[in-house]
Write a protein that binds this ligand. Structure first.
Ligand SMILES: [Zn+2]
Length: 470
């Protein structure tokens, strides 16, 4: 790759900001720099993220162009079954949680590749948990991220963390790079503390917009402006009730491996690994449980919006209360077959292209659910049953410190829909966050190497750019 190539891309991740929150702020004139530097020449749309719709996991599509299932990271917590039968330390290691001392392990757990950082050696990144492929010294402010991140988590000082990100971003404007990945954790952290439309979340967005303006002014002074992508990794909604799935299993007499305290225990018959906290993987470690009515019980738990499990014939069963449907991907197209009721309210669909089904699912309660359930359950690291929470509910007791008053992780529209803005024209068809990585590579003129295909498709191959003459 020509290191003097003038083409440059910035990807700004506003963690957890809802698409409608960003749109409202824009409509009010509160984000003038987003309008001027990004949307004016490109556009803003509501795209979809991945399931589980949670921090870290939902960065993988942006950086690798793959879904979490094929990437081998099915949740922010998941169970490595191989370690369960060993000693307590191995069990602690097997009960993966990227929300604590194992946070950095996400980089070695990802089984796909390469990342955009590897493909674009002149990459810089600010405040990201995923750094695989970044060259030494290219992850800016790692120590400040650790210190300010911990302070923000426990004390709510997200403004200080975001300010440090903004300063590092603005300072990077004059450095040589071709791909720059900038993460603002503030909106997500403040959403968990309060709610997605809280004044502190709105102010965090305004601050990010001001930083964008300053960054672009400095970039212009240094040469050609970069292409800019602004995206969120997931949405969010208020949580009114914690329905702890692990405690439900315990109340049925099923000893359950779970965070935060019961990850050492031996002789567990099940494990529950929660993400976001609106998604849960349930692992049935005792085969007797598979034959029992435990799965049915889980599906019918109050607060469970949707459940899915493998049917043993390369299909996935989707359950919602008493309703059942079967989903199969034969590699060419998808078949969605309602068996009892119609849990996804899609009607029978056969021979549909993946993108057609995405478009149809957008109007339902579970945007992109068919593809997202298939990709997640394709991973052997996923649970035997996967649960998605109803709006207002999450799957963990108040273990989070501080308690989550809002959350994400589920397959519901509030969590799955995200803003996607780009300074290049957007296609006039639905887009996913997984499409950004191949799109950004295309803008940079970097070819993806032969090998396993990406899950994303570049914007240029997705449809007529919105606003382009036909
Ligand atoms: Zn997030």
């Amino acid at each position: 790759m020509d290191t003097r190539d003038p083409r440059r891309v910035v990807c700004v991740l506003i963690d957890g900001v809802r698409h409608d929150v960003l749109q409202d702020l824009l409509d009010r004139g509160d984000l003038p720099n987003l309008g001027r530097w990004v949307i004016e020449s490109g556009g803003l749309t509501s795209g979809t993220t991945v399931f589980p719709s949670t921090t870290g996991v939902a960065y993988i599509p942006l950086l690798f162009g793959r879904y979490p299932g094929p990437a081998g990271v099915p949740g922010i917590r998941w169970l490595d079954r191989a370690g369960v039968d060993r000693g307590p330390v191995d069990r602690w290691r097997a009960a993966r949680s990227y929300c604590g001392p194992q946070a950095g392990w996400i980089n070695r757990d990802i089984t796909c590749g390469p990342s955009i950082f590897e493909l674009v050696p002149q990459s810089l990144a600010i405040c990201t948990p995923i750094i695989r492929g970044l060259s030494r010294g290219s992850h800016l402010m790692p120590v400040r991220r650790a210190l300010l991140g911990a302070a923000a988590h426990y004390c709510g000082s997200y403004a200080a963390l975001d300010r440090a990100v903004a300063n590092a971003w603005i300072a990077a404007a004059r450095r040589p790079w071709r791909f720059l990945f900038v993460v603002f954790p503030g909106p997500d952290g403040l959403t968990h503390l309060y709610d997605p439309t809280h004044a502190t979340v709105l102010e965090a967005c305004r601050r990010i917009d001001r930083a964008l303006g300053e960054f672009m002014r400095r970039s212009l002074a240094a040469g050609e402006p970069p292409a800019v992508f602004v995206v969120a990794d997931h949405g969010a909604s208020a949580v009114h009730e914690h329905r702890d799935v692990a405690l439900e299993l315990e109340s049925m007499g099923v000893a359950t491996l779970r965070h935060p305290f019961h990850v050492w225990r031996g002789a567990a018959r099940a494990a529950v690994m929660v993400s976001g906290n609106g998604a849960a993987h349930v692992y049935l470690l005792d085969y007797a449980l598979e034959a029992s009515d435990v799965r049915e019980h889980l599906i019918r738990l109050p607060g469970v919006a949707l459940a899915a499990y493998r049917d043993g014939r390369r299909g996935v069963v989707i359950a919602r209360g008493h309703m059942r449907a079967r989903l199969v991907d034969d590699g060419e197209c998808l078949t969605y077959e309602p068996l009892l009721g119609d849990p996804l309210e899609l009607g029978r669909q056969s021979g549909l292209d993946d993108r057609e089904l995405l478009a149809r699912s957008l109007a339902t309660d579970f945007p992109d659910a068919p593809r997202q359930l298939l990709q997640l359950l394709s991973s052997p690291r996923s649970g035997d049953v996967v649960l998605a929470a109803e709006r207002g509910v999450d799957f963990r007791e108040a273990w989070e410190i501080p308690e989550h008053r809002s959350g994400h992780g589920s397959l519901i529209a509030d969590h799955m829909l995200v803003p996607i803005a780009a300074s290049i024209p957007l296609p006039d068809v639905p887009v996913r966050t997984v499409d950004l990585m191949p799109t950004m590579l295309e803008v940079l003129g970097v070819r993806f190497p032969d090998g396993p295909a990406l899950d994303g498709v570049p914007f240029s191959r997705l449809g007529t750019p919105a606003g382009a003459a036909l």
